[in-house]
Write a protein that binds this ligand. Structure first.
Ligand SMILES: [Zn+2]
Length: 331
């Protein structure tokens, strides 16, 4: 009897020990005490005209999607392609709105109707831009262009594209195969501009044109003429303002193109934290527009900073006259 008791006691002890180590290991893991860094898995998107690609796409995209759909009806014709009736009274082939969930948004007036926060990107997304060796799959939008302004801060405004010098009337061409989403005039900004949606997930913008020759809903091939260079809108000389966007958020074109050679760096591009690092940096900055009665001490107090810091950020002296309407960086 005694021996059985001792045997049972031993078993219970072993059981308790096992339980306690299990619990402690679990709680340690829960507290992230283990120095393991979770490796982010790259999501690879396949070539665009692959059927499987279309089927898988929705589940592959890792962004939280904008939920503003404006597609009203989808009509399936017995033969031939399926067409989708989108806002603005145009019918376009279904894949231009159904391919990506966020492409369900069709807006022929707003550059970024998607409202996707780029900093909420959870896992990297690999974009298959095109077959780089195929000379018909992509073109540089203008023949050659000296870069006159790069992507990034320009005084207190962010420049979301690159500016390339051209002569008025120079042809501007579609960077990839695509469909025209916007072709219109914007007085205070882009002037005459065209926005193309591409099947690789990107959208490209061509601004300050003297004229565009395409309309919303029209399909174009890489290299097709879409308009002519100019200086319309907020511009001080003939140049092309060129932007690349993914889900409405701009990406530095220098990430995609070797701007010296005017060619695509690779047929693929991985969107990850590094792509939108500028957004983080941008959101940190705060500006104050100078109003009547403002003085540096008051501005510094209002933003919980110091006069010295404001002077350093704006390269001014504490004695500089504050012009009403000027913007001062305060953070
Ligand atoms: Zn520009």
């Amino acid at each position: 009897m005694n021996r059985i008791n001792r045997y049972a006691g031993g078993l219970i002890l072993v059981f308790l020990l096992l339980c306690s180590t299990g619990v402690s290991a679990g709680s340690l893991r829960g507290l992230n005490w283990f120095p393991f860094v979770k490796k982010q898995k790259a999501v690879k998107l396949r070539r665009i005209d692959d059927r499987e690609f279309k089927r898988r796409l929705d589940s592959l995209l890792s962004f939280e999607m904008a939920k503003t759909f404006c597609v009203s009806t989808i009509s399936e014709l017995e033969e031939g392609p399926c067409f989708t009736h989108v806002s603005g009274g145009i019918d376009i082939k279904c894949d231009w709105v159904n391919e990506f969930e966020y492409f369900g948004t069709w807006d022929k007036g707003t550059v970024n109707p998607y409202k996707v926060d780029p900093l909420k990107l959870k896992t990297p997304v690999m974009l298959e831009l095109c077959d780089k060796k195929d000379s018909t799959a992509w073109v540089f939008p203008i023949k050659k262009g000296r870069i006159t302004s790069r992507f990034g801060w320009r005084r207190y405004r962010y420049h979301y594209g690159i500016d390339m010098k051209l002569r008025k009337g120079d042809p501007v061409r579609a960077a990839f195969d695509g469909i025209v989403r916007i072709a219109r005039y914007n007085r205070g900004g882009y002037g005459y501009y065209v926005l193309l949606r591409h099947k690789n997930g990107l959208e490209t913008i061509y601004g300050h044109l003297s004229k565009y020759i395409v309309k919303s809903g029209q399909e174009v091939k890489a290299g097709d003429l879409i308009g002519y260079g100019g200086s319309t809108g907020r511009s001080t000389g003939n140049h092309l303002h060129f932007e690349l966007r993914y889900q409405g958020n701009p990406i530095n074109p220098a990430e995609f193109y070797d701007l010296e050679k005017a060619e695509l760096i690779s047929g693929q591009y991985q969107i990850d934290e590094h792509t939108y690092a500028y957004v983080k940096e941008m959101r940190k900055r705060v500006y104050h527009r100078i109003r009547r009665g403002d003085y540096l001490g008051r501005i510094a107090r209002r933003y919980h900073t110091t006069i010295i810091k404001i002077c350093r950020l704006n390269r001014i002296k504490s004695t500089t006259t504050l012009r009403i309407g000027r913007r001062l960086r305060v953070r």
